[in-house]
Design a protein around this ligand. Structure first.
Ligand code: PBG
Length: 425
């Protein structure tokens, strides 16, 4: 949402982000109004109560009623006396004030001013929650991603989605852990209409029709080679043949009820081909979120452990972008725009803020940023080791992705961060 008009009582303001949250005095006043207004259209609106309830404020020794009566009688109260300057520590140098016209600190001096001038906001509506699923009944912890699980598609997943919806996160993206027996060089399981992903989509849509389901379009979870495309004998990843498979995968996901298919494979021309394939099957309403600038990054390590999808040989550098490149993202942007992408994604997130900003400034399309597994795990590890404040760093990193220009953020922190934004722990 680009701008919001909200009708609220005067002493109430929307939480715009870090300042309100990190300000100890304000924190106590955060009111999650969600439960009591669940029937209203603005269901997920989070408010801050800006005044305290410590009784009437003393004004010039008069009560509120006296003050009002004085004003009605035309006796406007005098301005309060200039308060004495609080004491400085012993040894503070005595100086004549510096003659500077511009003192940017004036606009930062109180919580009210800071929140009035805050340029970026962070809300659960901005999050897309990536969830790992498997055929099993149990939820299996992922070693390299504390707090993340391979969720049983029938139970654990449905519960996790319910928890997320409860705090305003109503968008998810699914990543399947596929048993080795179903993997093959051409990844045909990717378009099995009764495969894990289509089955899960049908289950979720049946339970939560308004849930927005993003899917991953790429062969790696289904490829016995662990690559996003079909691998030729000489190790070359075949482009057009892979695109053919991706189209079938996207159509199968759309048929199951996916709202947004998200090609993360980085083959050339896949967005246009997928658009035509979807349209030919009557899925004009299904969106494409293209991984426009996806870099060959080492920050994906924990994800590949989660899905057991490490490439069997080599790396992904012939299709994913070189982390050293910036201008090249514009080439991908132009291709994806002209091929009909609805959302453009940058991945990883925090180390690539310049690329998020580049896309933001060069396209009117919504921009997504993916805070990937390695970014998540580093914050978690730093928190566990007490080297950083996990919660504050989490919220700051998400706010920074928004500031750089991301409309939506794919983040494993979606549930945890939304709970913080709602005033829950
Ligand atoms: C592959 C895919 C990857 C991620 C999402 N989709 C890994 C890869 O390209 O090897 C990584 C996400 C993460 O690290 O959180 N199609």
């Amino acid at each position: 949402m680009a701008s919001t008009i909200v009708n609220m009582p005067l002493n109430v303001g929307t939480i715009k982000g870090l300042d309100c949250l990190s300000h100890g005095k304000f924190n106590a006043n955060v009111l999650p109004i969600r439960p009591s207004i669940s029937s209203l259209p603005h269901r997920h609106m989070f408010v801050v109560k800006a005044s305290t309830n410590d009784g009437p404020i003393k004004k010039l020794g008069m009560s509120d009623a006296e003050c009002e009566a004085a004003v009605v009688a035309g006796n406007i109260p005098e301005a309060p006396p200039v308060p004495p300057i609080p004491a400085s520590p012993a040894g503070t140098p005595v100086v004549t004030s510096v003659d500077i016209k511009r003192r940017p600190r004036r606009n930062r001096r109180s919580p009210v001013l800071r929140s009035a001038f805050q340029e970026t906001s962070l809300s659960p509506a901005n999050f897309v929650y990536p969830l790992f699923i498997h055929e099993g009944e149990e939820d299996t912890p992922i070693g390299a991603m504390p707090g993340c699980y391979r969720l049983g598609w029938r139970h654990g997943l449905v519960e996790e989605v319910a928890k997320a919806r409860d705090v305003g996160v109503n968008s998810i993206v699914l990543f399947p852990k596929v048993p080795d027996a179903l993997k093959s060089p051409t990844g045909d399981e990717a378009y099995n209409d009764n495969g894990l992903v289509p089955r899960t989509i049908r289950l979720l849509k049946d339970k939560y029709p308004d849930l927005i389901i993003y899917t991953d379009v790429a062969l790696d979870p289904y490829s016995s080679d662990g690559h996003d495309g079909i691998v030729r004998e000489d190790g070359v990843i075949m482009n057009d043949e892979t695109v053919h498979q991706l189209c079938k995968q996207a159509v199968s996901q759309a048929r199951a009820g996916a709202d947004v298919v998200s090609p993360s494979d980085m083959m050339d021309g896949r967005v246009g081909a997928i658009r035509s394939a979807l349209d030919a099957e009557g899925f004009q309403h299904v969106s494409i979120m293209s991984y426009t600038a996806k870099y060959a990054s080492s920050f994906y390590g924990p994800f590949r452990e989660a899905l057991d999808s490490n490439p069997r040989f080599g790396d992904k550098k012939t299709y994913q972008m070189n982390p050293a490149n910036y201008r090249e993202a514009l080439i991908e942007l132009r291709a994806d725009e002209s091929e009909g992408a609805d959302i453009l994604l940058v991945k990883p997130g925090l180390p690539y803020l310049d690329v998020v900003r580049l896309l933001r400034d060069n396209s009117p399309l919504p921009i997504a940023a993916y805070q990937v597994s390695g970014e998540y795990s580093m914050i978690k590890a730093g928190g566990v080791l007490k080297m950083i404040d996990e919660q504050k760093v989490m919220l700051e990193s998400l706010m920074c992705l928004r500031r750089a220009g991301a409309d939506i953020i794919l983040t494993y922190f979606a549930l945890q961060a939304a709970r913080c934004l709602c005033g829950e722990k």
